[in-house]
Design a protein around this ligand. Structure first.
Ligand code: FAD
Length: 440
């Protein structure tokens, strides 16, 4: 099928007439990771992003990145700022370890009594847990990368003779490349191109979410951090027999003066037609306004200990995400996407529900591995189709495993935990987390 010929075009050059060895579509965590790896390998590329700049749209809150930061540091240029200090969501409260704590909503003692049941995970010598604020992580990943912002890809064409791929943008411009990588997320245009008319396997998952954001100040902030520094998971029976409500409350970032902090929460519950008809009907009813979503979140958590509910009660209607997050996942099969000069990584190839917190990590892992395959093509002169076939097979296997484990994680956390057994969290066994007073 051919190889990739390096050109003199350097990273970020905006010459649509000069073909680049690699064009990356999408500057999320996956696309930026690939850009850094290619920079380190001195392989020219161009990266295009539809948003007008890095901060124009909130792309989520926080990501746990500890499992791969050694690999990132190795694969990235040596002039990157230190990751831990730059991206931590706890900055400037560096004395607090990253920490997730789970609570059984049925435990009437709540979070603050000495014998309340707090199980979780926190940073230690073995796991080096690190939770990144997403905005800071994207800034860090973008160090020295010349992203072409405001360039939304709208079409792809392959020129069989010339061995090049043409990417068309909304503004009428075009770019040509030997290899195009779709890092364009859940609703990927590049995936649609590769599917070439076959049905898209992206599917809705019957779990509802209500999402809120709130800034807490002073004692309120300290109490919330004492519940869990990074993320609290509270599980409680739902209205439907045998079903559960899961509330995740996460720290997004602490203000520089450490007097207030931004938190976000997600109330999740099943809405399957057969499984949870009561919740399904209430959720359908709430799709009217942010007010009705806030009311439903309060109703769903009404039996929680007041300390767990405070963060929802403090949320203003303006803090409710309207429309809410629709949970989806996607498993592609090898025959869905023929290996060649156009490929995928991250959510574009395998988006998943967030209950193991690993979609972003998988996107970065895909990028780390793809960079090695691209090196074999560009520097080793190996055949694109053969190498991409190898890459796509590992991409899809790894993705399918994560998609399935992420779905199971909701059931695992709800059922195992409410039966009194310590569940796994982010892939680690949970341990008792002693209650500690926070002094700021
Ligand atoms: C509530 C929630 C919590 C999560 N928590 C975690 C967690 O703790 N840990 C974790 O690892 N993962 C987590 N995830 C998953 C994680 O957010 C995603 O898996 C990750 O963002 C995927 O990265 P990506 O680069 O593939 O796609 P994205 O981050 O979606 O980036 C895609 C980029 O492509 C751009 N784009 C799209 N279309 C085009 C186009 N046509 N032209 C140009 N640009 C385009 C978009 O603007 C975007 O910048 C969570 C997700 C959710 C919803």
């Amino acid at each position: 099928m051919g190889s990739i010929t390096p050109t003199t075009s350097s990273s970020g050059e905006n010459h649509s007439s000069v073909p680049s060895p690699v064009v990356i579509i999408g500057a999320g965590v996956g696309g930026l990771t690939l850009a850094q790896c290619l920079t380190k390998l001195s392989i020219p590329f161009q990266i295009y992003e539809r948003d007008p700049d890095c901060h124009s749209r909130t792309q989520g809150y926080a990501l746990a990145v500890h499992t791969i930061f050694d690999r990132l540091t190795e694969a990235f240029p040596s002039n990157m700022p230190p990751i831990r200090e730059t991206v931590s969501h706890l900055a400037p409260l560096f004395h607090l370890p990253t920490q997730f704590v789970m609570y059984n909503g049925l435990d009437a003692k709540g979070p603050f009594e000495s014998d309340s049941k707090r199980m979780g995970i926190e940073t230690n010598e073995e796991n080096k847990l690190l939770r990144a604020n997403r905005r800071r992580l994207r800034e860090w990943l973008g160090t020295g990368i010349d992203v072409q912002y405001g360039r939304q890809a709208t079409g792809i064409e392959e020129d069989a003779k010339g061995g090049l791929v043409n990417v068309k943008f909304k503004d009428g411009s075009e770019a040509r490349a030997s290899l195009v990588v779709g890092c364009d997320g859940t609703r990927s245009l590049v995936r649609q191109y590769l599917l070439s008319g076959k049905p898209d396997p992206l599917q809705d998952v019957p779990i509802a979410s209500i999402v809120g954001e709130v800034e807490l100040h002073g004692e309120d902030m300290i109490r919330q951090l004492e519940i869990a520094h990074s993320g609290a998971v509270i599980v409680h029976p739902s209205d439907d027999p045998g079903e559960y409500v899961m509330n995740f409350v996460g720290l997004n970032e602490v203000r520089p003066d450490a007097k207030s902090a931004l938190f976000y929460w997600l109330v999740y519950f099943h809405i399957g037609e057969d499984q949870a008809p009561i919740s399904r009907a209430k959720y359908k009813e709430a799709w009217k306004s942010p007010e009705t979503f806030l009311e439903l979140a309060l109703e769903k958590t009404k039996r929680f200990h007041p300390a767990f509910r405070n963060v929802i009660e403090r949320t203003e209607v303006q803090g409710i995400k309207f429309l809410p997050l629709v949970l989806r996942d996607l498993v592609l099969k090898a025959e869905d996407i023929t290996p060649g000069r156009v490929t995928l990584l991250g959510d574009a190839a395998h988006c998943m529900v967030p209950f193991r917190g690993e979609g972003g990590i998988r996107a970065m892992e895909d990028a780390l591995s793809l960079a090695g395959y691209i090196e074999r093509i560009v520097k080793g002169g190996e055949d694109i189709q053969e190498v991409m076939s190898e890459y796509q097979s590992t991409l899809l296997d790894r993705g399918a495993k994560s998609v399935s484990e992420s779905r199971q994680a909701f059931e695992h956390i709800s059922k195992v935990w409410t039966q009194g057994m310590p569940p796994m969290l982010l892939g680690y066994p949970t341990v008792p987390i002693p209650k500690r007073k926070i002094v700021i």
